[in-house]
Design a protein around this ligand. Structure first.
Ligand SMILES: [Zn+2]
Ligand SMILES: [Zn+2]
Length: 216
């Protein structure tokens, strides 16, 4: 996908009047397409890891919702293998936010070594050309694990571990991937975590104001 997008930049350069503006806009497009793919995949990894920890997640429908097109037809055996493989990956995913980049990279390399990564460029379902990391004959669990680890590898190269976080609400341990531009995310997907914490902060400010009137 990167190669194809770069070729498009060169092509447009020859035909357009303002090359600089074009380079800027094409590079933005380039990074946002790749990044949104990575973001979706890492988001799915966080949601699945949280779900597996609380042992209350429908793996199949969660993956289906997040664009894993083989999920509805995956065999029960593949879903069950995937559950235990994600459980195996959980210690790594849970510590990403506290890990040094180098240590995280070494761990992801270990995981990648176990996989049969065989990339190819494909075009299907109205989506433009993009890379699949496993052949169509791969099992569903191999495909998902490879997609997750390749997204993780790409993220570590681009940003290190800085975008991995844990919910800031007092009684929630859920993990998240922070895909916001300015890395402003503090809470998991559950809107209750943010509102509960904001209410608590507000009450704390009010009671401080009552204790020390005139002091803001
Ligand atoms: Zn595809
Ligand atoms: Zn939370």
């Amino acid at each position: 996908m990167r190669v194809l997008a770069t070729r498009k930049v060169l092509f447009d350069l020859r035909t357009l009047r303002n090359p600089l503006e074009l380079i800027t806009s094409s590079l933005m497009e380039l990074s946002s397409t790749t990044q949104s793919e990575i973001r979706l995949t890492l988001d799915a990894l966080m949601v699945l890891t949280n779900g597996i920890r609380q042992s209350g997640i429908d793996l199949r429908s969660t993956l289906d919702d997040r664009g894993f097109s083989r999920a509805p037809d995956a065999s029960a055996a593949a879903i069950s293998r995937l559950t235990s493989r994600l459980e195996g990956l959980r210690p790594l995913v849970e510590t990403l936010s506290e890990m040094e980049d180098v240590a995280a990279m070494a761990r992801v390399n270990e995981e990648l070594n176990e996989l049969d990564v065989r990339p190819s460029i494909v075009e299907h379902g109205g989506v433009g050309p993009h890379i699949h990391w496993t052949p169509a004959t791969a099992t569903f669990d191999d495909q998902v694990m490879t997609d997750m680890l390749m997204a993780l590898a790409q993220e570590l190269c681009d940003n290190g571990t800085i975008r991995f976080g844990r919910c800031g609400a007092d009684d929630c341990d859920d993990l998240f991937y922070d895909g916001t531009r300015n890395r402003a995310r503090r809470f998991c997907d559950d809107p209750k975590c943010a509102s509960r914490t904001h209410t608590a902060d507000h009450r704390a400010r009010q009671s401080r104001a009552r204790e020390a009137p005139g002091k803001k």
